[in-house]
Design a protein around this ligand. Structure first.
Ligand code: ADP
Ligand code: MG
Length: 240
């Protein structure tokens, strides 16, 4: 579903992604771990072309990422992304936030978009808040809306970049629960997170990045009990 081959990315002289080669099969849940600055966010952004790459190739569902234009817009719609900051439209209601992209980008009729949006809000457990504005919701609720909004485009892949890092601790689990539900439903997911419990429970696979490289690519079991590299041992020593 995601295939990256020998991807390199520079910011000026800084080599941020080094020969990243990665395949994520349909339905797999991959958790990306690694210290701050290792290139995790850049990898996510490269996968849906928010960030251009300098060399290599990235394909989603067999389609190589086009550089720009209509094909790029279509491909972006295939890749849902959820960030640390939810970025909901403050002047639109919750249900309107979820309807917006299907109506604008997919030209879905309003009534149909609303119906789908309500189903998705149901799925993330927040349908009863549909007519409120984002500021009236907690951070955890807003992030669940952001997930529903991404799902509204019927993506083939969901990328999560530290979706719970900005949340108060008591709200982390409700967001992880929604993500676990998605994983169980067979969504292909790439999840950057520091939530080791989620990584252990929900991931099919753990990728550990350091300095722009994939240093380990293994099962959660293996990664947490028998990390091979010194860098992974060091990382785990600091966080566990
Ligand atoms: P992570 O998400 O693992 O913390 P990032 O992908 O955000 O790492 O960043 C990787 C490296 O690239 C860091 O050294 C960061 O400072 C640098 N970087 C990220 N975005 C930019 C940018 N827009 N311009 C210049 N450097 C950047
Ligand atoms: Mg990051």
């Amino acid at each position: 579903m995601i295939k990256a081959s020998a991807v390199n990315k520079y910011f000026g002289d800084l080599h941020v992604l080094r020969e990243i080669t990665l395949e994520v099969p349909r339905g797999q849940v991959v958790v990306v771990l690694g210290p701050s600055g290792s290139g995790k966010s850049t990898l996510c952004r490269a996968i849906n072309r928010l960030e251009p790459i300098n060399s290599g190739e990235i394909a989603v569902d067999g389609v190589p990422l086009p550089a720009e234009g209509k094909a790029l817009a279509a491909l972006r719609a295939d890749v849902g992304m959820v960030f640390q900051s939810f970025n909901l439209f403050a002047h639109k209601t919750i249900v309107e936030n979820v309807m917006l992209a299907p109506v604008k980008v997919r030209k879905t009729p309003q009534a149909e978009a609303r119906k789908t949006a309500m189903e998705l809000l149901e799925r993330v457990g927040i349908a009863n808040q549909a007519d409120k504005y984002p500021a009236q919701l907690s951070g955890g609720q807003q992030q669940r809306v952001a997930i529903a909004r991404a799902l509204a485009m019927r993506p083939k892949v969901m990328l999560f970049d530290e979706p719970t890092s900005a949340l108060d601790p008591e709200m982390v689990q409700e967001v992880l629960d929604v993500m676990t539900g998605l994983a169980k439903d067979g969504m292909t997911m790439l999840v950057v997170t520091h939530e080791m419990g989620f990584a252990r429970r929900a991931a099919d696979r753990v990728i550990f990045m350091a300095d722009g490289e994939i240093v380990e690519d293994t099962t959660p079991e293996e990664f947490f009990t028998a990390p091979k590299s010194e860098r992974a041992k060091d990382f785990l020593g600091k966080i566990l």
